[in-house]
Ligand binder design. Structure first.
Ligand code: ADP
Length: 471
């Protein structure tokens, strides 16, 4: 059953149909043509002969009682010999006066053909295919009176024509069988050659799967195989890119998690390595260690947040909520961070807008943006949050008066673990995961996020999210 579905089998089938059907049609047309032509010829011959005999019958006055004629006899026996036929001569009294088979001589013949022939003066022809004979009925017409004086019936066998036709038919069958075998043999080889490139594609893909081959595969034999291998190469490139980014991610995570541990180890070792350490130094080092523990904690909770964002859109929990209220709550939670550095955190006046949002994920996204605005700001600066909407979208802008982002870094800030140079040098705490999380959350809402920034002056993060979430 599996073989029936294979390309090879279908190629063989097509070749067989193309090779055999015309032969079958041609041989049946030839046999039929031969048969009908041979029969038509025979009828016309017999008719001619009958006409000749009819005129001899008249000239020899054969129809008269007891008529005898050597000429007629020889003509009759000639025809009956050539065509293996039977001839009957019937006179005006419907009496059979001559039967070459000598069966019906002296009897009365009232067959339909004879009566019609006497009545209309025209002959008739019948062909019986099943019994293989032709019957030609010819009137014997007196040329001076135009009277039908008798009827000549010639029945000739068509056995020989049918035998010839059968012979031709047999030859046709032999030709069909021989060419079928030839087509099958050729088809086997041709289909093997034609499907070989596909087998090569399979082998190349298997080699890649088994790990023998690292390169892009190529089977340029057909456009189709080239398309398959191109598509496969694209998929392979994607899988490799995913694999690379997974590896990079794992190594980044390990590195980020190790850094606080290394610091703690250094701090603890230096305490352990000293004799009579003053209590103040202990306290200082211990508070440093506590800071590192906090950092480790931050990284782990950011990672957990990110893993949650990575889950498919199906894990989204959309509800219709007031976006302004959500922003107010985020700002309220972050306000303590602004106090020490006298940063002004302002929410611009807004019109309430309700939208389909996942409150937890979107709070986290806006919280990251506003927290960054505070973190990367100067003392006494400001962070401004605005909310606007139109019929389709709501727009949230978070602007700050901070240090800004250099142009060459803007394209990287949404990458996982990316931290700007200044964040390192000024030792602002962070994991480099905040904006990656923010972007995933916004994408899960089918929104977009953009940044514009002026180094030294500040940055604006612009978010646009559809009010109605469509699947
Ligand atoms: P983190 O803040 O933990 O470093 P983020 O992913 O939140 O990580 O930000 C990535 C980088 O983008 C930051 O290290 C910082 O250099 C830059 N950045 C983000 N927000 C701002 C901002 N408001 N002003 C200046 N730089 C910013």
């Amino acid at each position: 059953m599996k073989y029936l579905r294979s390309l090879r089998f279908r190629i063989m089938l097509v070749l067989l149909l193309i090779g055999i059907v015309p032969i079958v049609i041609a041989s049946s047309v030839i046999v039929r043509g031969y048969k009908s032509r041979a029969i038509a010829l025979r009828i016309s011959h017999v008719k001619n002969q009958c006409e000749v005999i009819c005129s001899s019958i008249l000239s020899e006055d054969y129809l008269a009682e007891g008529g005898k004629s050597a000429v007629i006899d020889s003509q009759l026996s000639m025809i009956s010999n050539i065509y293996n036929g039977r001839l009957l001569i019937i006179n005006g009294a419907f009496k059979v006066i001559r039967d070459t088979y000598d069966i019906d001589t002296g009897r009365t013949s009232l067959s339909k053909e004879v009566i019609t022939c006497f009545q209309t003066g025209s002959g008739s022809t019948q062909y019986d295919d099943r019994n293989a004979y032709i019957e030609v009925t010819s009137p014997i017409i007196n040329p001076s009176t135009f009277n039908v004086e008798g009827v000549l019936i010639a029945s000739v066998s068509t056995n020989e024509i049918q035998q010839n036709a059968r012979h031709l038919e047999n030859q046709g069958i032999v030709v069909t069988v021989v060419s079928s075998i030839l087509v099958l043999i050729c088809g086997f080889f041709i289909s093997n050659i034609l499907v070989r490139p596909f087998a090569e594609v399979t082998r190349a893909i298997e080699d890649v799967t088994d790990g023998y081959e690292d390169e892009a595969i190529s089977v340029p034999a057909y456009i189709e195989t080239e398309q398959i291998t191109d598509a496969f190469n694209r998929m392979l490139a994607r899988v490799r890119a995913l694999d690379n980014s997974r590896q990079e991610f794992v190594s980044n995570v390990s590195h980020e998690l190790k850094t606080p541990l290394t610091s703690m180890k250094v701090l603890a070792d230096s305490l352990n390595g000293q004799e009579d350490v003053p209590v103040e130094l202990y306290k200082e080092f211990m508070s440093d260690i506590a800071q590192e523990i906090d950092r480790e904690n931050n990284i782990i909770s950011s990672l957990l947040n990110m893993v949650r964002m990575d889950k498919k859109a199906a894990s989204m929990n959309f509800e219709r909520k007031d976006v302004g209220e959500l922003l107010e709550q985020v700002i309220k939670r972050l306000r303590p961070l602004t106090r020490k550095r006298e940063i002004e955190l302002i929410m611009d006046p807004y019109e309430p807008v309700e939208a389909d949002i996942d409150v937890t994920k979107l709070s986290l996204a806006f919280s990251n943006l506003i927290e960054n605005g505070i973190k990367y700001n100067k003392d006494g600066g400001w962070v401004r949050v605005s909310l606007k909407n139109d019929a389709k979208y709501f727009y949230v802008n978070v602007s700050d008066s901070g240090m800004g982002i250099p142009q060459d870094q803007i394209e990287h800030i949404f990458e996982r673990f990316y931290r700007g140079d200044k964040s390192h040098s000024t030792e602002i705490e962070g994991t480099g995961l905040g904006l990656a999380i923010t972007k995933s959350a916004i994408l899960l809402h089918r929104g977009v996020i953009k940044v514009t920034s002026n180094e030294g002056k500040g940055s604006v993060f612009m978010v646009r999210i559809p009010i109605v979430h469509e699947e």
